[in-house]
Design a binder for this molecule. Sequence first.
Ligand SMILES: C[S@@+](CC[C@H](N)C(=O)[O-])C[C@H]1O[C@@H](n2cnc3c(N)ncnc32)[C@H](O)[C@@H]1O
Length: 433
Amino acid sequence: MYYPKSPFVKCRAVESQLFRRNLPHFEDFLQWLCETPKITTYRVNHLETTTENFANKVRSSSQSFQCTVTTDPNLPEVVFLSKGKKLAKHDPTLKEVIVDKSCGAALLRGAHLYAPGVLAMQSGTKQDEVVNVFADLEGKCKKGTTTEYLSDQKTFIGIGQVKQQRYQIYGDGLDPKGVAVEMVSTVSGVPSIGDLSSTEALLQNLPSIVCVHVLDPKPKEIILDMCSAPGNKTTHIAELMGNQGTIIALDKTESKIQLIKNKVQNYGFDSIKPFAFDSTKSFDETLIRKSALEGPPFGRNTFDRILLDAPCSALGNRPVLADSLTPKMLSSYPVVQKKLFCNAVELLKVGGVLVFSTCTIVEDENEGMVKWALDKFPNLKLVDATPFYGGEGVEGCDLSDEERKKVQRFGIKNRVEDVDSVGFFISKFIKVE
Ligand SMILES: C[S@@+](CC[C@H](N)C(=O)[O-])C[C@H]1O[C@@H](n2cnc3c(N)ncnc32)[C@H](O)[C@@H]1O
């Protein structure tokens, strides 16, 4: 039996930390975390095309999957794609291809299988042959395996058509690229149309798009994006500002910043200034009247708005097929988040806006951080993280009911019906003095 086999995650770490106060809902929650989001969203670059033009492209690519493509006047740059009715069924007469758990999750979200992601392909598989695709949940399948992979820890993902054979994928000196298996259908029902990202639009989860609307950047402002790579929210900020103003994009990883620099050049976003820098050291109290354009570190009260899209346990990235986080790893995230937050508060101008977000559902990294911030910084005021699409803060957390209503948690229950996306958390503060 391969699928459905849910919840199939090993969530001991999650269980121990996650819903300490809400254990009765734990099974529902685990089930939700294992499922693929029902909606796929694209953010259209209005400097290149219109939402309607791109929606038509998505419609024609997904026609055979019987899904719906819609738009929302309140988020004019977003195209929504629903799940379709075409569901894959395991066919025991077919040969198999094995992928790892993260690749399996991407396929369930509509991606095609690229050559570097092929862990194993049975010998004798021919060009255009139709195959079963499985994900190896325990990470024990050896790269290049030639026979059927016998394990009760593999889960059926879908059916695909081979576009690259074994000899093109495995072998010394090979650098395999391109689509190796074109997915025909998967068990999730998300249309297998690949990633339609281009200069015209970007495949981006709805909460990430909403997050930049919560920040609400305005032309000519000076904005800090503290943890910016791969830069998807940074480019969105630039688009909403009409590329007018300054966006300082920091990330501690040099190679990731190089990719943002390339993106900035290719798209002509000259408002974005990327710097490889550790944002836990981005505030220097000795600096007075230093221009943001000179780069980090910065002095007090430098920025109109700050986005702290923090490093986190990422336990919102559905579908989670298997989880190897330990309680120790989970408890390390709030420590770095607090250091980043302390820098952000100093760098923000009085009257400025700070948005703190994570792509995890772990309470200590979300509502727990908001509670800590409100206690530590009396000069911060929690305000509504509008526009509201996600739900309220989790019940039973340390925030008051009024505070819970101001934050935005994307989960099982959301304020806007039919929003079933990844898990995410957004909070918004204003520095009052
Ligand atoms: C959640 S991702 C950010 C995603 C990004 N905002 C986007 O939407 O494309 C977190 C990022 O924080 C970066 N990071 C982690 N610790 C950091 C630090 N101390 N200073 C700056 N960046 C850091 C990581 O390299 C990672 O790229």
